[in-house]
Design a protein. Structure first.
Length: 235
């Protein structure tokens, strides 16, 4: 299979259609769930799909383990290429890596101003024309509202999509039926797309619910789920 055909058949096309074409530049998207559901894998699958379409990605890890993130990209690419019998997979993987940068920060020791300044330096002075930024493991539920506003403004100013993978930090958190913790609701106004992930035991799937899309707060099931065996988004 050639890469153009792979793009057309990707389950991420159904993901984008659920969002009326995708997240869009200048917007914040959040994947949220309990710990261990598969948000990082989901984030990496989103990023890999963009790399297949020749977009430029900055993956910002706040976990302190960059090797773990890099291994996720290798595994997601391996599964996609094998499932679709992608021609000349090794060459394609090396080519798309040129469009990805992985950065690592400690949320406790580095201000969001410093993070955004480093990103801007990479984009402007490093001539890395990013299309999207993946904030992996950022503790959004304990961030200040002012910090989230700064990220939102940065996305708008730089014309970027920004995706977050989020799990609650505090133990005494209430989750709704869609897997969304109550601690994230205070940022509702700043979030353009909110997707809740929740494991369904009888289906053995991680269901994905579009909780918020733009101004609409009307939860509805997405056309895609997350396969807990492969950790890939599937229809």
């Amino acid at each position: 299979m050639e890469i153009q055909e792979l793009n057309a058949l990707s389950p991420l096309r159904a993901f984008d259609e659920s969002l009326d074409g995708g997240l869009g530049k200048g917007n914040l998207g959040v994947l949220v769930s309990r710990h261990g559901i598969g948000k990082t894998a989901c984030l990496v699958h989103l990023a890999t799909d963009k790399l297949f379409r020749n977009e430029h990605i900055i993956h910002v890890s706040f976990s302190g383990n960059v090797e773990h993130v890099i291994n996720w990209y290798k595994e997601v690419f391996r599964q996609i290429s094998e499932n679709r019998s992608l021609e000349d997979a090794a060459t394609i993987y090396n080519e798309i890596l040129a469009n990805r940068v992985v950065m690592n920060f400690s949320q406790e020791n580095v201000t969001i101003e410093k993070v955004l300044s480093s990103l801007e330096t990479l984009i402007r002075q490093g001539s890395f024309n990013a299309d999207a930024i993946m904030f992996d493991g950022y503790k959004l539920t304990v961030a200040t509202e002012d910090d989230v506003r700064k990220i939102k403004q940065f996305a708008m100013d730089m014309r970027l999509e920004v995706w977050f993978s989020v799990s609650p930090v505090k133990p005494d958190v209430a989750f709704d039926d869609n897997g969304v913790p109550n601690t994230i609701l205070k940022y509702e106004e700043l979030i353009d797309v909110l997707i809740g992930l929740k494991y369904n035991e009888s289906m053995d799937k991680v269901l994905m619910t579009l909780v918020k899309d733009g101004e609409q707060l009307d939860p509805k099931p997405m056309r895609v789920t997350l396969d807990p065996k492969t950790m890939l988004i599937s229809e």
